[in-house]
Design a protein around this ligand. Structure first.
Ligand code: FEO
Ligand code: CA
Ligand code: CA
Length: 544
């Protein structure tokens, strides 16, 4: 009989030590052993470093602070309301996705930050029960979208800071003018619009191969309704060049309109651009867009036009096939159904009413696909299915797609469940994902504020950050790296290129507060302040 070393969590649970021992065990995550999955290894494109990333996992906690393992610390780089530039623009509310663009390597750069939604209690000063006034609408729209801030590491003080004298820092918000690209541009489906007002509900995003940011409009419905804006102008993927205000900000309608979580870009073997996307809604699908034309690095930012034209696919998990969402296919499926034939007449109608077209053509409804990320090590695709209480999947799971021939341009795939949330793994509601150079998958969790620390979620404590090796003996085992303040979720993890710093958003601390004089969190505990603020932190202490 083959004898195999026990992985750490199984080992600890067998010696009866469980969580206590985990807290004191120093983990050597990501160290590749001979036992590493041979199939995975054969797919590796970037070789993981063999140094091994070590930290002492923390225990679940309900402390109103960012709790990190020994040897790590955090600095608050920017929080809601902070002035970001000489024009005195301010940092928006509920920061989410972050993306670091180097200026001086890993010590100074621009940080793109999404702002997902507002909390009227903190932004307007009170709950809004009636119609929003024009002044309230302006605040509602200004505090969503994105911030471009300049950040730097102050070596003397050993601290990350924001540079509010930056010439690059600016806001993109619900008030910024956008152009539309792709099949819905100027179409009846979007009221004939070529340009539209603003972006909001910006959840997660991605980076293009040409160094711009993609930011995703997720739950846009409330804001468009409260602001009296056309809902068909939202639910798209936007593109911004953080360095160049002359790059006309745009919404790429070819990538579909739904409750977009993020957009992860890769290349097919024939150099077409591929974008994987999740639709964060119960019983919603996983998508990918494949451009018609090929990526040409020498074209720089002009490659943005690749996102105007291509094929949008939805995943059929049962058949392991990517189904193209074309008007021809939709018309054929709608045959004999006059209301559908009326609704779907052009490709613009298909991309605008994407969720309906996807289900009609056989897309598989899944448990709220949040972040979808491509592993830089083996090109497989990880999908955070956060949860879905409609089917009793309360803690979610992380799915892994393996494309045929390991090619993003293929239309067939296989999949597996890489890790499952629950008591056994210690995490619940995986959301944003990222990788480190040791081939560890990092996931943040998003147990909703109203469920935290009670009922089926009692054992998890506050939301957290978890590190899960994707290769080696500990493949799929989650270890907790951070714990969030009360009622907050962590979002948007992003490493600097040298991996010495991890940027991370702390979103909606104290979200369940009813009375401003008695908030449920006071993070980031600024001197003289008694209310919480969402903010972006920089975590240091890494040694990969
Ligand atoms: Fe905005 Fe899907 O979380
Ligand atoms: Ca999210
Ligand atoms: Ca979420």
């Amino acid at each position: 009989m083959e004898s195999k070393p026990l992985n750490r969590r199984i080992f600890l649970s067998r010696i009866g030590a469980g969580a206590t021992a985990l807290a004191v065990a120093t983990s050597g995550l990501g160290v590749l052993s001979e036992a590493a999955n041979a199939q995975t290894d054969s797919l590796l494109r970037i070789k993981p470093k063999k140094t091994g990333f070590r930290f002492t996992p923390i225990k679940a906690t309900t402390k109103d602070d960012v709790i990190l393992p020994k040897g790590f610390k955090y600095d608050v780089v920017a929080a809601y309301g902070d002035i970001i530039n000489p024009k005195k623009d301010t940092f928006g509310y509920n920061n989410d996705f972050t993306l670091y663009f180097p200026i001086k390597g890993s010590n100074r750069g621009l940080l793109w930050v999404n702002h997902e939604y507002t909390n009227p209690l903190y932004v307007e000063g009170a709950k809004v029960n009636d119609k929003y006034t024009p002044a309230q609408i302006e605040k509602l729209l200004y505090n969503q979208g994105g911030s471009i801030i300049e950040v730097y590491y102050d070596k003397k003080e050993d601290k990350w800071k924001m540079d509010a004298t930056s010439k690059y820092a600016r806001r993109i918000s619900g008030l910024t003018r956008f152009k539309l690209t792709g099949p819905a541009k100027g179409e009846k489906a979007v009221g004939g619009a070529i340009n539209v007002q603003g972006t909001f509900a910006n959840c997660s995003g991605g980076k293009t191969l040409w160094n711009t940011v993609l930011s995703c409009e997720e739950n846009f419905e409330d804001t468009s309704k409260n602001a009296g804006l056309d809902p068909t102008h939202y639910g798209w993927v936007i593109e911004v060049d953080p360095f160049d205000p002359n790059f006309q900000v745009r919404k790429h309608t070819a990538l579909g309109r739904f409750n977009h979580e993020n957009a992860s870009m890769g290349l097919a073997k024939d150099q077409r651009v591929v974008v994987y996307m999740g639709d964060d809604k119960k019983d919603a699908c996983v998508y990918k867009f494949v451009s018609k034309d090929k990526y040409k690095p020498e074209m720089g930012k002009a490659n943005s036009r690749l996102l105007d034209k291509g094929t949008l696919y939805v995943a059929d998990f049962k058949k392991g096939k990517w189904i193209p969402l074309t008007i021809e296919a939709v018309k054929a499926a709608a045959d004999g159904k006059p209301d559908l034939l009326e609704k779907f007449q052009t490709q613009g109608d298909v991309v605008t009413n994407c969720q309906e077209a996807a289900i009609l053509l056989g897309g598989t409804p899944t448990d709220r696909p949040e972040d979808v990320e491509i592993s830089p090590f083996d090109s497989t695709i990880y999908i955070a299915h956060t949860n879905n209480d409609k089917h009793g999947n309360l803690h979610g799971h992380i799915t892994r797609f393996i494309e045929k021939n390991n090619d993003h341009g293929e239309t067939e795939f296989e999949y597996e469940i890489f890790a499952a949330g629950g008591r056994q793994s210690g995490f619940s509601a995986p959301d944003n994902l990222t990788f480190d150079s040791n081939a560890n998958l990092w996931t943040v969790t998003d147990i909703s504020s109203s469920s935290l620390n009670k009922d089926a979620w009692t054992s998890f404590g506050n939301n957290g950050v978890f590190v899960i090796p994707t290769v080696g003996d500990d493949k799929g085992v989650a270890l907790q790296f951070a714990s969030a303040p009360m009622e907050a979720e962590f979002t948007g993890p992003c490493f600097t290129p040298d991996e010495k710093t991890l940027f991370l958003s702390v979103q909606h601390p104290g979200e369940e507060t009813e009375d401003l004089s008695n908030p449920t969190s006071t993070w980031p505990h600024r001197k003289g302040e008694k209310v919480p603020r969402p903010g972006v932190i920089a975590i240091t202490g890494f040694n990969f």
